[in-house]
Design a protein around this ligand. Structure first.
Ligand SMILES: Cc1ncc(C[n+]2csc(CCOP(=O)(O)OP(=O)(O)O)c2C)c(N)n1
Ligand SMILES: [Mg+2]
Length: 664
C-alpha cells in the first residue's frame, strides 16, 4: 500500500490498467498463434513470434504518446499498447500493399509513424545509435521527450550498442535501453556472453527486472523515464523473460533446448501468471476470462482473413521511395568568389552560411571544434561562432553515422564529418543498412535528410593505404545514398548547400588534394548538383572524370590540343544519380570514351559507367574505338610517394589511353 502511494506521488504517468493489459497480451499471443498456423498452412511466408515478450508492452503506459520508441522484432505487444491496430500488424504479416513497409520488410519488422514507433531493420542492434541521435535531438531542442530503444540480449554484443550507451552516458541523454533477455540468440545460449553476465555493464546504469511481470516493467520504466526526463541520463532496463516459441518459423528450438527447459518456461508464461494474479485478487472470473479469450481468438481469426483479401504490392512500384521525389535544387547561396578561394575556404564559408541561416543544422565530427577546427581546417571558427551547433564527436565512426539519422528524425539537419573516407568502415553499417534504406523500407514515411562530408583521395603524398582512397564505388553500390564529389571550390560550396537543403541522405567526398588549390570559378558550370558539368568542349573524344581526376583530364586535353586532338571533358560531380544524358550526348558526337577515376578497377563506378553508356544503341552504333578506363589497379596505395605514384592514374596514362583510342 505504501509502495503504491509512493508510486502515485512520484509517477507522472497513469497506472497500468492490469485487466485491460492482460487482454492486450492475449491479443498479441493470439496474433502469434494465428501467424504460426497460417505459416504452416502456407498462407504466410515468415513468422517471427513475440510469445513470452508480451509484458514488455507495459512500457507504453509509462511514456507519453509523443515519446519515440525504437522497437525490435519481438515487440508486437508494445506496438499494440502504443496504438498500432492489430489489423495493421496482420497486413504486415501478409506483406500487403498497405502494410507499414508496403511489403518490403519481413514481417514483424515493426514500424508505425503515426504512433512514433520507428521502423526496425533486420541487422540486429542497428537501432541503438539512431535512438541516441533522436535523444540528443530532444536534448538539444530543450524538449522533455524521451526515447525508448529495445534490443535483444544477444544483440547487446554488437559494438554499436556500446557506442550508443557511451554517447548517451557522455551527454546524459533522455533514453531508456530495454534489453529483452530471453537467454538465446537463435540457438546460442547467451548466459555466458551478455555484457550483464560478464560484468561489462556498470551496476549504476543497469536495472534487472522480471520481464514476465508487466507491473514490474511499468514501475521500472516509470522511474527510468523520470530520470531521463530530468537530465539524469540513460538507464538500461535488463528484462529477464522467455522466448516461448522458436526463434522464427525457420527454426525449431526443440533441437537445441531440453524438454525440461521448455516445460519450465511454459509454466512461467507471463499471461498465465497475470491471469492467476487477477483471479486471486478477484479482478477477473474464469468465465469472463474464457469468454474474452474466445472473442479475441475469433476477432483475430477474422481480421487476418479480412487482411488476406487486401491488395498485394504492385511489382511495378518497387522502385519508388529510393530517393525523395524532389531533386537537389540549386543552392541560392552565392559564393561570389571575388578573390580566388580554395576548397577549404569554400567549404568553411558554406558551412558558416548554413549554420547562420538554419539553426537546425548541426555539425558533428572528430576534432572539428576550435581551436583546431578540423584536421584540414574545414570547420575553423565555426564552434567559436556557433557553439550550440558545432560539436566534437568521439573517435567513433559508427557513432557519427548512426547519430545522424536519429538526429534527422528529431528534425535536425545533420552535416557530419568523417575525418577521412578511409575510416568509414565502422560507419558503413549505418550508411548502407540504415540511412540508405529507411525511406524505401517505410514507403517514405520515415526519411533521412542529412549530409556526410568526407575528405578523400590521394595525390597528396604520404597518405599510405588509409589516407588516400576515394571509395566512391562502395557507396554508389548502395541504393538510397546520393554520392557527390566536387572538383572546384565553387562546386564544393554549391553541392554542400544544395545537399543541406535537400530531403535525402548525401555523401559528399571532398578531394583533399584540391583543398589548398585556388581555382577560379568560371561561372559556366551548372548550378544543379545532379547535372554533369562540361568543363571543356571538344569533338574527338569524351573524357569523363570526377574529383581530382578532372584537373588531370583538363591538363591532358590542353597538352593534346596542339596535336590536333580535341577532347571534351565532363565532370560528373554527382556519382549517384549520374547524369548519363550529358555523357551520352557527348559520346554520340565524339564516338570515343575514356573514363579516368582514382578508385581501383574491379566493380568500380567507372567500370559500371562504361557498361551503362555502351548499352545505349545510339552510343554503340557511333563508337569508333573501345571505351577505356584509366584507374588504379586492384592494389593498395603505398606510403612512399613512389609507391603512390605507381598506382594512381596520371596525365601520362590518360594521354596514352586517349591516343590509343584515336588511332583505332
Ligand atoms: C547483424 C546481424 N547479424 C545476424 C543476424 C541474424 N539474426 C537474426 S536474430 C539473431 C539473434 C538475435 O538474438 P537476440 O538479440 O537475443 O534477440 P532475440 O531474437 O532472442 O529476441 C540473429 C543472429 C542479424 N539479423 N543481424
Ligand atoms: Mg535473445
Amino acid at each position: 500500500m505504501l509502495a503504491e502511494l509512493a508510486r502515485l506521488e512520484s509517477s507522472v504517468t497513469p497506472l497500468l490498467p492490469l485487466k485491460d493489459y492482460l487482454y492486450l497480451m492475449v491479443l498479441s499471443r493470439e496474433a502469434d498463434q494465428r501467424e504460426h498456423i497460417m505459416f504452416k498452412q502456407g498462407r504466410g511466408k515468415f513468422h517471427l513470434p513475440s510469445a513470452g515478450h508480451e509484458a514488455v508492452g507495459a512500457i507504453a503506459y509509462a511514456i507519453e504518446s509523443d515519446d519515440i520508441v525504437y522497437p525490435y522484432y519481438r515487440d508486437r505487444a508494445l506496438m499494440l499498447a502504443r496504438g498500432t491496430k492489430p489489423y495493421q500488424l496482420a497486413l504486415d504479416y501478409l506483406a500487403k500493399k498497405n502494410s507499414s513497409s508496403g511489403g518490403r520488410q519481413m514481417s514483424s519488422h515493426f514500424s508505425d509513424h503515426e504512433h512514433h514507433m520507428v521502423s526496425c531493420a533486420t541487422p540486429t542492434g542497428l537501432q541503438c545509435l539512431p535512438s541516441v541521435g533522436t535523444a540528443w535531438g530532444f536534448k538539444l531542442a530543450g524538449k522533455s521527450n524521451i526515447v525508448i530503444c529495445c534490443i535483444g540480449d544477444a544483440a547487446t554484443r554488437q559494438g554499436e550498442f556500446y557506442e550508443a550507451l557511451c554517447f548517451a552516458l557522455q551527454e546524459k541523454l533522455p533514453i531508456v535501453f530495454v534489453v529483452e533477455d530471453n537467454g538465446y540468440g537463435v540457438s546460442t545460449a547467451t548466459n555466458t556472453m551478455t555484457p550483464y553476465n560478464i560484468l561489462a555493464l556498470a551496476k549504476e546504469h543497469c536495472k534487472i527486472i522480471d520481464g514476465r511481470d508487466p507491473e514490474a516493467i511499468f514501475d521500472a520504466t516509470a522511474i527510468a523515464v523520470e530520470k531521463a526526463r530530468t537530465n539524469g541520463g540513460p538507464t538500461v532496463l535488463w528484462l529477464e523473460l522467455d522466448r516461448l516459441m522458436s526463434h522464427t518459423s525457420s527454426d525449431d528450438q526443440r533441437i537445441y533446448r531440453l524438454q525440461e527447459e521448455l516445460l519450465a518456461m511454459a509454466a512461467r508464461d507471463p499471461i498465465q501468471r497475470l491471469y492467476q494474479k487477477l483471479v486471486t485478487d478477484g479482478q477477473i472470473t474464469e468465465n469472463e476470462w474464457l469468454s474474452q479469450c474466445h472473442d479475441i481468438k475469433e476477432n483475430v481469426r477474422s481480421l487476418y482473413e479480412r487482411a488476406e483479401l487486401e491488395e498485394d504490392p504492385e511489382a511495378s512500384e518497387v522502385k519508388t521511395h529510393i530517393f525523395s521525389d524532389i531533386p537537389l535544387i540549386a543552392s541560392p547561396f552565392d559564393l561570389t568568389i571575388e578573390k580566388c578561394w580554395d576548397m577549404v575556404d569554400a567549404v568553411n564559408a558554406s558551412l558558416r552560411h548554413l549554420l547562420a541561416t538554419n539553426h537546425r543544422v548541426i555539425l558533428f565530427g572528430e576534432d572539428i571544434e576550435d581551436p583546431k577546427g578540423g584536421v584540414f581546417g574545414l570547420t575553423k571558427k565555426l564552434s567559436r561562432d556557433f557553439p550550440e551547433q558545432v560539436f566534437n564527436s568521439p573517435l567513433a565512426e559508427a557513432t557519427i553515422g548512426g547519430i545522424a539519422p536519429g538526429l534527422a528524425l528529431a528534425g535536425y539537419m545533420p552535416i557530419f564529418e568523417l575525418q577521412f573516407i578511409d575510416f568509414v568502415g565502422p560507419a558503413f553499417n549505418q550508411l548502407v543498412n540504415q540511412i540508405a534504406t529507411l525511406r524505401w523500407r517505410t514507403m517514405g514515411r520515415y526519411k533521412c535528410p542529412l549530409v556526410i562530408l568526407a575528405p578523400c583521395g590521394g595525390y597528396f603524398g604520404g597518405g599510405g593505404p588509409w589516407h588516400s582512397q576515394t571509395n566512391e564505388s562502395w557507396f554508389a553500390h548502395a541504393p538510397g545514398l546520393r554520392v557527390l564529389m566536387p572538383s572546384t571550390p565553387q562546386d564544393a560550396a554549391d553541392l554542400i548547400c544544395s545537399a543541406a537543403m535537400g530531403d535525402d541522405p548525401v555523401l559528399i567526398l571532398l578531394p583533399k588534394n584540391l583543398f589548398r588549390k585556388k581555382i577560379m570559378s568560371d561561372h559556366t558550370h551548372s548550378l544543379y548538383p545532379d547535372h554533369a558539368n562540361i568543363c571543356r568542349f571538344g569533338n574527338d573524344i569524351t573524357v569523363v572524370a570526377w574529383g581530382n581526376c578532372v584537373d588531370i583530364a583538363l591538363s591532358a586535353a590542353k597538352e593534346l590540343e596542339p596535336e590536333g586532338i580535341s577532347a571534351e571533358i565532363i565532370d560528373i560531380r554527382s556519382i549517384v544519380p549520374c547524369d548519363l544524358r550529358t555523357i551520352t550526348h557527348s559520346l554520340i558526337k565524339t564516338g570515343r570514351l575514356v573514363i579516368i577515376q582514382e578508385d581501383n578497377r574491379t566493380c568500380s563506378f567507372g567500370q559500371a559507367l562504361i557498361s551503362d553508356l555502351t548499352a545505349d544503341n545510339e552510343v554503340w552504333k557511333r563508337l569508333k574505338s573501345p571505351p577505356k578506363l584509366v584507374c588504379r589497379d586492384d592494389v593498395h596505395i603505398g606510403f612512399h610517394f613512389k609507391l603512390e605514384k605507381a598506382v594512381l592514374p596520371d596525365k601520362n596514362m590518360l594521354i596514352k589511353s586517349i591516343k590509343e583510342s584515336m588511332v583505332r
